[in-house]
Design a protein around this ligand. Structure first.
Ligand code: GTP
Ligand code: MG
Length: 666
């Protein structure tokens, strides 16, 4: 079975109105439309057939569903695949249409686990070991006055965003202090370095360890021998590679082409894709079809959910996470990207298209770049695609480097960690071998595959206590099984291991593990696995939750102090602003309850106390109150559970880190 990285997809539900777009099937009953994936669902469907989001009554006169787990973690299904996943075919990681799954089954390529249940209407109980934090971070003690009114928090939301411990190799701190931004005139200092600097400052004055349930420091943890990989058993290092970029830049085509060139898609299959794509008048999408498997995606010619595929390079077992570029699916993109060790940012070099991607309000190039950097990804290949459309012009390539390069520096990417590769996915230029088109004679650098092999191997937290944010849950009621899927960010598990399932704070026993669709004896940091659990009610396992070590429970809280950086071009954040709060695979409605300090975005020093708002490119210390509690840790203690980003009106407005858990859920 393949490990599914499913994500709960963002959807605001409403009943269909007259202007519903045409659907290929006649709709007999009344329908309700999902505003994110725009799919019109029959009224008999309790959840979106595409996204899997529940269609239910809205509570409390708000679009926010109080039954958080029902709304946030309602996965329609996961594309849980079979033995062949990773061999020949891409697999969707998100909730999938049943028809596409069926197609796969027909082909004999994927075995769905029996029935994949949706988690519905589960009330989340408070975790054990919860506590109230009574100490404040030294950096923010001043100005913390007054009270917070929680009553007006009401937005809706769900889904994900995190970055992993393993995405932060040691060099990163060095990099942060490196002067890529000062080389850039010091302008728009690295957002990540910013946040990390701030975080370290907070850490130094922080003595917030008063959690009775979490008294043992993670640093004191002594791993058992089996948890550490032995050199001999190490084969290829797994590299999670997120393919991101503006809509239609060619991400899926590039991924499909790469898989085909590397033998992961057979000639026969490719021929089939070509034929089918042509028949639907979408001939140019043949390679993309290998990744865009659902009828909806193919019909619309866009990727909607993250697809996963595998190939091996000389150094890595590469997990390709082909993300959607359309702005409506940024939350889906995030779930893939948050698991990334490195990323390929695909640029459409065509005249006007590169510019559209860079557009501050509509373009996704900038938002994707900012997001992946804020998740801790610092190794980037910029694949300048569709070079055939600009005659493989060096001038065009250089212009893209100069414009985008400056922006990437401002996001905190170090020049030496960014490779620029001109290529054409459609014409197969510079993907796995040197370009054959003479018009690319001027390019003497590595091809795409070589550039992938040049990535530094990700650092893994093998010897830390277990942390696995759950991005998907697979339930098989007939066999009474429940599996939690996700990327192991720290530690290791094996059959028989006891794990603490948060936020239900229930101990379960690991029954078995699967990695890359195959049973495996041990899962270690960096692995994407499905953990089958015994001794737990399936309703207590939910996406957005976390598997952790029983002696090291993570926090569950809704009142948090954050350090945030408002992104360039974003709308200001005010006291009282209602925002979407994303953290690893969870999403909540949040209200900005307090803006305590305005900080110098370069040094982290306090510029002003109690400002009224935070403008674009400013950073600040804020307190947020979430509608419902999430699994969280302070960034200084656990990066993957301490990175957040804030969105509103379909745009990411700020990235940040958790500096203090003001109050845990009891
Ligand atoms: P989303 O996932 O929806 O964001 O799109 P995408 O980035 O995956 O783009 P996709 O692969 O679906 O390709 C979009 C269009 O660009 C298709 O018509 C492709 O044929 C075309 N395309 C992709 N690569 C190239 C290329 O190298 N040259 C040219 N000329 N067209 C390309
Ligand atoms: Mg695509």
């Amino acid at each position: 079975m393949h490990v599914s990285f499913c994500l709960p997809t963002e959807c605001y539900l409403f009943h269909k109105t007259a202007e519903t777009p045409p659907q290929k099937e006649t709709i007999k009953h009344s329908v309700w439309r999902c505003s994110i994936c725009t799919y019109d669902n029959d009224e008999t469907m309790s959840s979106c057939d595409i996204c899997g989001v529940l269609h239910g009554p809205l509570l409390n006169n708000s679009i926010y569903d109080k039954k958080r787990t029902a709304n946030i973690f309602d996965l329609k299904s996961s594309r849980v695949s079979s033995t062949v996943v990773g061999r020949d075919e891409a697999v969707k990681v998100s909730s999938m249409r049943s028809d596409s799954s069926n197609q796969s089954t027909e082909k004999g390529k994927h075995n769905r686990l029996d029935e994949i249940n949706i988690l519905k209407n589960i009330e989340v109980g408070p975790p054990a070991g919860s506590r109230t934090s009574d100490n404040c971070s030294a950096s923010v003690q001043e100005g913390w006055l007054g009270h917070v009114d929680e009553s007006s928090v009401a937005v809706n939301l769900r889904s994900s965003g995190k970055s992993s411990l393993s995405l932060m190799p040691k060099e990163r701190n060095v990099m942060v202090d490196d002067s890529s931004s000062s080389r850039n005139g010091g302008e728009a200092n690295s957002l990540t370095s910013n946040l990390e600097n701030i975080s370290f400052a907070a850490k130094s004055g922080h003595s917030n360890d008063a959690n009775p349930g979490r008294a043992i420091s993670r640093a004191q943890y002594k791993p058992e021998k089996w948890m550490l990989p032995e050199k001999a058993e190490q084969s290829l290092t797994q590299l999670n590679l997120a393919i991101v970029g503006h809509v239609d830049s060619g991400k899926s085509t590039l991924s499909g082409r790469l898989l085909h060139l590397l033998g992961r898609i057979s000639q026969k299959e490719m021929h089939k894709y070509e034929k089918e794509a042509k028949l639907q008048g979408k001939g140019s999408f043949a390679y993309a079809w290998a990744l865009d498997e659902s009828a909806e995606e193919r019909e619309r010619g866009i990727t909607m959910t993250v697809a996963v595929a595998y190939f091996d390079s000389k150094r890595y077992h590469v997990v390709v996470l082909d993300s959607p570029g359309h702005k409506d699916f940024v939350p889906n993109m995030i779930t893939g990207a948050t698991q990334a060790d490195a990323s390929i940012l695909v640029i459409d070099a065509s005249i006007g298209s590169f510019e559209a991607g860079m557009d501050g309000t509509k373009g996704q190039t900038r938002e994707h770049a900012q997001l992946i950097r804020s998740f801790g990804v610092d190794q980037l290949i910029v694949a300048v695609n569709k070079m055939d459309a600009v005659d493989y012009s060096k001038e065009r390539f250089d212009l893209i480097i100069s414009q985008l390069g400056a922006f990437l520096r401002s996001c905190g990417f170090k020049d030496s960690s960014v490779s620029w590769i001109p290529l054409s996915a459609v014409e197969n230029q510079n993907l796995v071998s040197a370009p054959s088109d003479f018009r690319l004679f001027w390019y003497l650098g590595p091809n795409l595959l070589d550039a992938i092999d040049s990535f530094q191997p990700p650092t893994r937290e093998f010897s830390k206590p277990l942390i696995m944010p759950i991005c998907d849950v697979i339930k098989s009621p007939s066999q009474g099984q429940v599996s939690a899927c996700g990327k192991l960010e720290a530690g290791a598990v094996r059959s028989g291991s006891k794990v603490l399932v948060m936020p239900s704070a229930t101990i379960a026993t690991v029954r078995s593990l699967e990695r890359d669709s195959e049973a495996c004896p041990i899962g270690r940091a960096g692995d994407n696995i499905a953990v089958s659990l015994n001794g737990i009610d399936g309703n207590h396992v939910m996406a957005g939750g976390v598997l952790c070590h029983p002696d090291f429970p993570i926090a569950f809280a809704k009142h948090l102090e954050l350090k945030v950086l408002v992104l360039d071009g974003a709308t200001p954040i005010l006291i009282g602003s209602q925002l979407e709060f994303h953290i690893h695979h969870a999403k909540e409605a949040a209200r900005v309850a307090r803006i305590s300090l305005l900080l110098d975005s370069k040094t982290g020093k306090v510029v002003k106390k109690a400002p009224r708002c935070i403008l674009a490119k400013q950073s600040a210390v804020v307190e947020v109150i979430l509608q419902e509690a999430v699994c969280v840790e302070e960034f200084s203690k656990c990066k993957v559970l301490g990175r957040v980003f804030l969105r509103t009106l379909g745009r990411t407005v700020a990235v940040g880190i958790v500096t203090r858990i003001v109050e845990e859920q009891q």
